[in-house]
Write a protein that binds this ligand. Structure first.
Ligand SMILES: [Zn+2]
Length: 72
């Protein structure tokens, strides 16, 4: 009858937590459009730089789990 207490398992954070740990193995440079393979993988908040033009970016994940690069 009363099953309160079982409903605290709010899964709202699950998708975000999963994408925050997501690794990317390449990115397209916003500056020169070069495709940069990144064999070690990078994730949210990590710093990466373009092998071609040398521009540095911080990797950001959007709420949709898409990669966005913030210029440093
Ligand atoms: Zn570049």
């Amino acid at each position: 009858m009363s099953s309160y207490g079982q409903r605290y398992d709010d899964d709202d954070d699950a998708p975000k937590a999963r994408s925050a740990a997501q690794l990317f193995y390449e990115f397209d440079c916003p500056q020169c459009s070069a495709n940069n393979p990144w064999p070690d993988g990078f994730k949210h908040k990590e710093e990466i730089s373009c092998h071609y033009c040398g521009a540095s970016f911080e990797a950001r994940l959007t709420d949709e789990g898409k990669l966005k690069l913030k210029e440093l």
